[in-house]
Structure formats: C-alpha cells, structure tokens
Design a protein around this ligand. Sequence first.
Ligand SMILES: Nc1ncnc2c1ncn2[C@@H]1O[C@H](COP(=O)(O)OP(=O)(O)OP(=O)(O)O)[C@@H](O)[C@H]1O
Length: 260
Amino acid sequence: MHDAASQKSTTAIAGLHVAKRFGHVQALTDASVTVGAGEVVALVGDNGAGKSTFLKTLLGLIVPDEGEFIVGDQPVHFTSIRDAQAAGVEAVHQDLSLAPDLSVVDNMFLGHEVFTRGILGKLGVIARKEMTERADVALRELSIKLPSLKVDVSDLSGGQKQGVAVARAVMWGHTAILMDEPTAALGARQSEIVCELMRTVAARGLGVLVVSHDLPRILKVADRVTVLWRGSTVMDAPASGLTVPDVVATMVGFGKEQAA
Ligand SMILES: Nc1ncnc2c1ncn2[C@@H]1O[C@H](COP(=O)(O)OP(=O)(O)OP(=O)(O)O)[C@@H](O)[C@H]1O
C-alpha cells in the first residue's frame, strides 16, 4: 500500500542502543529506532517509557551516555539542535513552537533567522516577497489550505497551526521529520488531515518518526511500530499485522514484569 516506503532502502534516521541516565532515573537503557527514507514509524510506549528523551537525543538536545546515531546512512554525533538541522532533521514539537502574534510567513522562517537575516534580510522588500513565495510553495506542496499567509497564527484553527508547523519542518528538513504527539490537541477530522500529511511527507522521501498515544489512528498511518518499555525497545514490527490490544499489552510490559 505504501509504495514509497517499500521502494526506499536508505536509513533516514536511526538511534541504536541508546542509554541515558538522569541522576537516579535510567530514562533509556537500550532504545533502538530506525526510520527508513519514505517511511512513517510510530514510537509508542507507556508514560515515562522514554519516548521524549529518545527524540531529544536524535535532535542533539540531550547528549546520551551511550548509543550510535545514523542520519541519511551516515554516522552522526549531534551536540546541538543546529547539528540536527544541518543534517536535515527537523522536529514538530508538541507545543508546535509557533509565535502566535507573527504571521504564517514569519513563522515559517522562525528558528532559521540566520538565513532570513543573513541572506534575505539584506534584500528588504524583495526578501519578504521571496519569503512569502517560499512559504506558499511549501504549504501548497503539502496541500495545506489557509485563509491567508499574512494572518497571525493565533487566528488559525488547531489543525491549521499543526499544518504550519509541519510545513515549516518540511521546508527546512530534507532527511527526517520528528513529530511529538501531533494529534493530541486536535479533533477527529483535523487529526485525519495531519495523518494524511505524514504520508505526504513520507512520499517525498523523508523519514517520519511520530510519537503518539493515539494508537487506533497511528496504527493506520504508520508503516512500522516501535514500542519502548522502561527505556528499552521491546517491539519493532510492521503496523499492518498489529492490533491496538497487541500494542497496549507490549507497552505495559505484559509478560515481562513477571519475568523480570
Ligand atoms: N531532565 C530530566 N531529568 C530527570 N528525569 C527526567 C528528565 N527527563 C525525563 N526524565 C525521566 O525520564 C523518564 C522518561 O521520561 P520521558 O519524558 O522520556 O518519557 P515519555 O515516554 O516521553 O513519557 P510521556 O508519554 O509521559 O510523555 C521519566 O521517568 C522521566 O521522569
């Protein structure tokens, strides 16, 4: 069904055998997640399983105690978000990191001010025209419909805001997009649109890693599901063969608690 995924063989992004301790808390013990180019992978787990910590290690926001990382088939060692961005890895955080009082266009360039000020900033009016055109192209390529690009982000619906955050990530990211709970604040229809957006992004050859508690929806959109349990990967399987009860049982460590 997902042709782009089956045709691609390169690794968009991977974190392998990642470990991270915060004081007395072993947040990650042996976590491994691999996302192929053109693939949507869901990273799921119970509260506190280590999903956010893992995403942060992929982004260079947390330096792990152990682990290997691969981006675009190359070994990488990120120590800051700038390193991740330079390798084409972008994130859509749960809070979306949008500035409500700025326009859609300004938000699309937020976090990439070096480019905006350094190159476009010198060009004044032309810069704004070019910025608007680039933002418009990025949004149209993902079929994201907005009332206007000049409107403040605070005037958009939740789904439209999510669309802007995803389009910004895709405009700057060329290898992998990491999404943290993208449907948590959305209604049913808008959640479906965001899921379609994940497939559109993957069809462009990027790897999409999505953290979500919305299992019914995520099982439909993902190619594969990776389950973290107490900081370790305990399952990595094609989504097509999984049911929600299967995944929930693995998430809560059914069968492992007794063995431990
Ligand atoms: N900066 C930190 N300092 C201390 N402990 C932390 C820190 N960040 C995370 N932890 C702990 O690490 C463990 C994993 O947390 P993490 O947020 O990665 O889990 P999660 O799977 O994303 O959970 P949730 O689904 O509830 O968001 C938890 O026990 C958490 O309290």
